[in-house]
Design a protein around this ligand. Structure first.
Ligand code: C2E
Ligand code: MG
Ligand code: MG
Ligand code: MG
Length: 279
């Protein structure tokens, strides 16, 4: 595949090889050409309302293809894109793509989009989002932005301002991967998230008594914030049953549905009422 990358001379043959340490330069080079060369795409995974079984939203997930057709894992290219700053352009491309592909065609009532802290910090971000909604004749209540509690994420007043400006557009603000980072609790003190996504590790640890107690604790913490609760990583029938027993609001995972391109999703007949807790 190194040869196949031809005259772009981006040597990517070892990117997915766990024995190779990529210094990020190869991925950074690929990221620069990725959008113009059509190597980036979005796939969509259903977020299901546990009580009704209806798809409440789709989460948009980015995919990056190498010239040989193989995909690079987002856990590799997203951090690289954040380091190089490429995430700002990629994120803009992604938002427009999701609006066009998912919302305008009414494949989902709501799209949740992962937004990097770097995007939130970029001047003009809110204006870009507002312009994009206008361009596609969409209202902000069709969008949720997922923010992951990152380790180097400081909460400045400008960030809080950005979040409240997005809220003023009707956009919901969700906390992603809750329980994995260092900043989660300080985030919770400062921001009223519309939805808290409990990281999949808490559900997967539920095969032990200790793990179950942890899930219980984190659910109580999240529920006391008044947020909608989503649990990630529903992979088995047992997980699925547990979601009902625990009266979780929303769930996501391979058992419910895998990420798929928009072309394979069925259009929804009518927009369901947006019933899940809103503030
Ligand atoms: P995330 O936002 O927490 O997304 C959920 C990840 O869990 C996705 O991985 C999804 O494919 C995977 N997943 C879903 N169901 C299951 C399950 O039942 N079991 C397991 N083990 N995994 C499941 P993916 O697509 O590889 O994305 C990884 C991360 O990359 C995302 O985690 C998100 O943080 C980041 N990412 C993806 N797309 C974007 C994007 O467009 N922008 C930004 N800033 N970050 C993105
Ligand atoms: Mg996410
Ligand atoms: Mg997540
Ligand atoms: Mg996650």
């Amino acid at each position: 595949s190194a040869k196949a990358s031809g005259r772009n001379c981006v040597k990517l043959f070892h990117i997915n090889d766990p024995n190779n340490r990529d210094d990020g330069e190869n991925i950074a080079a690929l990221l620069k050409i990725a959008v113009p060369q059509g190597l980036v795409s979005m796939v969509y995974q259903p977020l299901q309302d546990v009580a009704t079984g209806k798809t409440y939203a789709y989460e948009a997930l980015m995919r990056l293809k190498m010239s040989d057709g193989a995909f690079i894992s987002p856990s590799l290219f997203i951090p690289a894109a954040e380091r190089s700053g490429a995430i700002v352009n990629l994120g803009q491309w992604a938002l427009r793509r999701v609006c066009e592909e998912l919302l305008v065609t009414n494949l989902a009532p709501v799209a949740s989009v992962n937004v990097s802290p770097l995007q939130l910090k970029t001047p003009g971000f809110v204006a870009f989002v507002a312009r994009t909604l206008d361009e596609f004749c969409l209202t902000g209540d069709r969008l949720a932005f997922e923010i992951t509690e990152g380790q180097d994420m400081e909460i400045h007043s400008s960030l809080l301002r950005c979040i409240s400006d997005l809220r003023a557009l009707g956009i919901k603000i969700w906390l992603d991967d809750f329980g994995t980072g260092f900043a989660g609790l300080s985030w919770l003190r400062l921001i009223d998230f519309d939805c808290i996504k409990i990281d999949k590790s808490f559900l997967h640890d539920c095969d032990t008594q200790r793990g179950c107690a942890m899930l219980d604790d984190i659910l109580r913490l999240a529920r006391n914030r008044g947020a909608t609760i989503l649990v990630e990583g529903v992979e088995t029938e047992e997980h699925f049953a547990l979601m009902h027993r625990l009266k979780i609001d929303l769930m996501q995972g391979y058992y419910v549905g895998r990420p798929a391109p928009a072309t394979s999703l069925r259009p929804i007949r009518q927009l369901p009422k947006l019933v899940v807790v809103s503030r």
